[in-house]
Ligand binder design. Structure first.
Ligand code: SF4
Length: 436
């Protein structure tokens, strides 16, 4: 049996509590997918075609730079794929697309034109593509596309508003070592793609107007306001007022239409209160990696400007504003094992990660995680092109669920349905692994 197939089947057997779907999804997220030309979208233009293209909504989430992706840079791959059936009898599984031309996983059409996912040459599932939403076919008055200003992900559930496309933590001494936000901005600019650095509030409202009008099934349920850290100001506004102004405008124009979320730094309580006053309902002050030694090395800007202990204190304080259920800090699952500083064994990495989960869950706060994509232009991606061992990701899913149960917590709000076959959260399989 080829080695990758052996690896996933061994983990499915040893960790039978983790849904099979999640094992494959994690492997696709950490290592990426190759696309046959038959599986790429019709054009680089997001307004035409039948398939919803990859929007590059914040980071590149690819295993190569645009020039290295070949045809996939010219004819965009889909935003997400959905897996079903095959020898593992997969229930419906939504997976965010991370392109890797040398991945052992390949999406291709068979002789009848039906798309499948192939591993080591064997077809392991059917593949569905996201249909082009009606709202992507309309442009703003100034000509910008809805996909550029207000892309949707998670099969249309979440409107992802990266309103600040770069980060004020800049350069090797400040940028988080796994983050390619600044590089992604540069590469889109270099490729001549539209990519707005700071999105004007009016454009965001105009794009939301179009989504609201054409999303008649009301699939879009939440919006996330996010972007790079603001360490000084943008247009005279600090981080809370900068991101908050969008929430305020959205809530005034479309009161209660979507659940408002913000991913921002862990800010002092007065600033967090301003987010809440502006209408944000869920706050993501991401703690990135739990271990102190790794946080100091991986997040040098955050360590210098705020510091790990203060960051954690602020997360706990923000629960007094939002309520602990609505504070959902993210960590980047897998960087715990990145060379050269990371843990050398899966056991150590899991122990450390669970210590962080327990710290927050003991306060009623439910962290969540995205699966690390080792983008090649980041220091950690360059040193670890294969990402973290799949065993780490699978065991994390098991421990995450067990720790939540221990503290009497259930799946966090604002992520859509939970459970295998139901989840739409596409950048990790934590929602696929929780009870429905
Ligand atoms: S704070 Fe770190 S993770 Fe967030 S955008 Fe800036 S460099 Fe990236």
């Amino acid at each position: 049996m080829p080695r990758r197939t052996e690896l996933i089947e061994g983990l499915m057997q040893r960790h039978s509590q983790v849904p099979r779907e999640a094992v494959i999804k994690e492997d696709l997220l950490r290592g990426g997918i190759a696309f046959d030309e038959s599986a790429l979208t019709d054009s680089a233009n997001e307004a035409t075609g039948d398939v919803k293209p990859k929007s590059y909504f914040i980071f590149s989430f690819d295993h190569g730079t645009l020039p290295e992706l070949g045809e996939a840079a010219l004819r965009r791959p889909p935003e997400e794929i959905v897996l079903t059936g095959g020898p593992y009898e997969l229930r419906r599984t939504v997976v965010s697309v991370r392109v890797n031309p040398s991945s052992p996983y390949r999406v291709a059409a068979d002789a009848d034109g039906l798309l499948g996912l192939y591993l080591d040459g064997q077809r392991i599932s059917d593949v569905g593509l996201p249909p082009m939403p009606d709202y992507y076919r309309h442009t703003l008055a100034g000509g910008k596309s809805v996909m550029e200003v207000a892309p949707t992900i998670q099969w249309g559930y979440l409107i992802y508003l990266t309103v600040f496309r770069v980060c004020q933590y800049f350069g090797a001494k400040e940028e988080c070592q796994y983050c390619d936000i600044n590089h992604n901005w540069r590469q889109h600019k270099a490729a001549g793609r539209p990519y707005t650095g700071v999105k004007p509030v009016e454009e965001v409202l105009e794009a939301l107007e179009i989504i609201d009008k054409y999303d008649t099934a009301k699939t879009s349920t939440a919006y996330t306001l996010t972007g790079g850290a603001v360490t000084s100001t943008i247009g005279g506004k600090d981080e809370a007022d900068f991101y908050g102004q969008y929430a305020k405008a959205i809530e005034e124009r479309f009161p209660g239409r979507w659940i408002g979320k913000v991913v921002a730094q862990a800010l002092p309580k007065e600033d967090v209160q301003r987010f809440h006053d502006y209408g944000v309902r869920i706050y993501h002050p991401n703690y990135e990696v739990w271990d102190r030694y790794l946080f100091e090395r991986y997040c040098p800007g955050k360590e210098r400007y705020v510091g790990r202990d203060e960051w954690h204190r602020r997360i706990l304080d923000s629960a007094e504003v939002f309520g602990p259920r609505n504070v959902i800090p993210n960590f980047v699952a897998g960087v715990e094992m990145a060379e050269p500083f990371g843990f050398k064994t899966v056991d150590e990495a899991i122990d450390s990660t669970v210590e962080g989960l327990r710290y927050f869950m003991a306060h009623g706060i439910t962290p969540r995680f995205t699966t690390w994509c080792p983008e090649p232009t980041t220091p950690l991606g360059k040193a670890n092109p294969l990402g973290a061992p799949l065993e780490y990701h699978v065991r994390l899913l098991q421990e995450y669920r067990a720790t939540m149960e221990e503290f009497g917590l259930s799946s966090p709000p604002g992520y859509g349905p939970a459970g295998p076959g139901n989840a739409v959260f596409s950048v990790s399989s934590f929602m696929d692994s929780l009870p429905a």
